[in-house]
Design a protein around this ligand. Structure first.
Ligand code: ADP
Ligand code: 5GP
Length: 190
């Protein structure tokens, strides 16, 4: 295996998607694994871009076929990482997974060489503001997502790196620094 598997997590609304999008725009040596989900697309989301939107029946059949590297259920919907895409890409490229804490820890168990990066908010108040400003969820869903934050941030000692997304540009620079450090480490170890 040539590439590094980077697993990026952090509470919903912290800015993972924003950071990853910016980085992918600049780096074509990094491949994003697009997860499958049974949740409905949000406004502006396209099948195959943010997620592969599939129904529950298809998701369950892929679980049976061992088609996911890991999968989990959040807020009543399934989310999973397609195994074949990740394994294929890692032969030549580094891969980014943007998944939750439980999925990230499962990946580390399966692939101990995976690098876990937690994106943390500057404060819970700011996180709450970002979730509201995204305007994609009902108040009830936002409440559920915020309830999960304490648990997620509580797992940060299990991560290889924690990056606080306060000023977006600084967080982006730090994330690129971490990615380059790990890729160089892997190349030197070969
Ligand atoms: P996630 O993918 O972690 O759920 P998003 O990337 O969708 O989060 O970001 C949630 C909201 O916060 C978006 O409206 C985004 O534009 C905004 N956001 C992201 N990073 C920052 C930042 N550093 N400062 C202020 N707002 C941000
Ligand atoms: P959202 O509905 O906001 O897109 O995502 C909800 C949660 O699911 C987030 O914490 C996100 O990181 C997580 N998630 C997205 N894709 C996957 C995946 O493939 N596996 C797991 N375990 N979690 C995922």
């Amino acid at each position: 295996m040539k590439g590094v598997l980077f697993v990026i997590s952090g509470p919903s609304g912290v800015g993972k998607g924003t950071l990853v999008k910016e980085i992918l725009n600049e780096r074509n040596d990094l491949k994003l694994s697009v997860s499958c989900t049974t949740r409905a697309p949000r406004q502006g989301e396209t099948d195959g871009k943010e997620y592969f939107f599939i129904d529950r029946e298809e998701f369950v059949s892929r679980i049976r076929e061992n088609g996911f590297l890991e999968y989990d259920e959040h807020f009543g919907n399934y989310y999973g990482t397609p195994r074949s895409y990740v394994e294929r890409q890692l032969k030549d490229n580094s891969v980014i997974l943007e998944i939750d804490v439980v999925g990230a820890l499962n990946c580390k168990r399966l692939m101990p060489e995976a690098v876990l990066i937690m994106i943390a908010p500057p404060s819970i108040e700011e996180l709450s503001r970002r979730l509201e400003s995204r305007g994609s969820e009902s108040d009830e869903t936002i409440k559920k997502r915020l309830e999960r934050v304490k648990y997620e941030l509580g797992q940060k000692q299990l991560y290889d790196y924690v990056i606080v997304n306060d000023a977006l540009n600084e967080a982006k620079i730090r994330l690129i620094e971490v990615i380059d450090t790990e890729i160089n480490k892997r190349n030197e170890g070969e």
